[in-house]
Design a protein around this ligand. Structure first.
Ligand code: HEM
Ligand code: HEM
Length: 185
């Protein structure tokens, strides 16, 4: 039974790495989205602006890689039972939010990748330039960036709900939900 108190360790590590990478992607993406290229350059100069774009793309591609591993650890290993069991409302809401997060976290980097490539910009991962896979098409790039922004806001809402739920279970209901994902206990 003890084994089933937690998700398997690699899955927990992936949860927290993805959480960190996604929060940094959102922070850098929203900064770039609000300011746009020109105002970012005016504010922090060319070098830092390029670094911000490169870091954002690198983080986004990292999320895609980590999510690939995470889907494998999620499907391949047993999920712990809830003890005490969740009520129907908690079960439906948490499962829906978790599934939407999984979909959003795969779709979001793919949209960023495709929007960048069709815009004629480099798809950067650290100092490598990855294949864009798609040819230049500015109209398509604009549409994809629009969806990149919309899905970004959807992720902000989902993550807010998710963290609120986690804090509720941890500090108020004080059940074992946080422990399932904890690295330390
Ligand atoms: C989980 C992964 C990702 C998240 C959460 C994310 C989030 C965001 C957000 C919120 C924006 C601002 C949208 C706006 O207000 O217009 C943005 C912009 C941007 N993203 Fe991402 N992104 C991710 C992955 C990627 C990837 C993989 C790439 C490319 C390889 C990418 C390229 C860009 C670019 C170039 C912009 C700037 C668009 C502009 O100048 O308006 N993103 N991202
Ligand atoms: C401080 C922030 C966070 C806390 C405290 C937290 C906490 C938790 C906890 C306790 C669980 C286990 C739920 C269960 O019993 O099944 C969980 C699962 C999950 N979390 Fe988070 N989380 C955080 C951030 C994030 C972020 C930023 C994301 C994604 C953007 C995320 C995505 C998920 C997903 C998809 C699951 C479902 C579990 C699975 O099957 O992989 N979490 N989280």
């Amino acid at each position: 039974m003890h084994e089933l108190d937690h998700y398997i360790y690699p899955h927990r590590v992936l949860h927290w790495l993805v959480a960190l990478a996604v929060l940094l992607s959102l922070a850098s993406g929203l900064t770039l989205g609000f300011l746009g290229y020109e105002r970012t350059v005016a504010l922090v100069g060319n070098t830092l602006t390029n670094l911000l774009y490169t870091s954002h793309k690198t983080l986004g591609v990292t999320v895609l890689l980590l999510m690939t591993l995470r889907i494998i650890t999620r499907i391949a290993f047993v999920v712990p039972d809830h003890d005490p069991p969740l009520n129907a409302f908690e079960r439906i809401v948490s499962t829906s939010v978790h599934h939407l997060l999984y979909v959003g976290l795969v779709v979001m980097p793919l949209l960023g990748w495709a929007a960048t490539a069709t815009g004629g910009f480099p798809v950067e991962f650290f100092h490598w330039h990855l294949s864009g896979l798609l040819g230049k098409n500015e109209a398509l790039s604009e549409t994809l960036f629009m969806w990149h922004e919309r899905v970004g806001w959807a992720l902000v809402v989902l993550i807010t709900l998710h963290v609120a739920g986690a804090l509720f279970h941890w500090r108020i209901k004080r059940d074992n939900v946080m422990k399932r994902m904890s690295l330390f206990d």
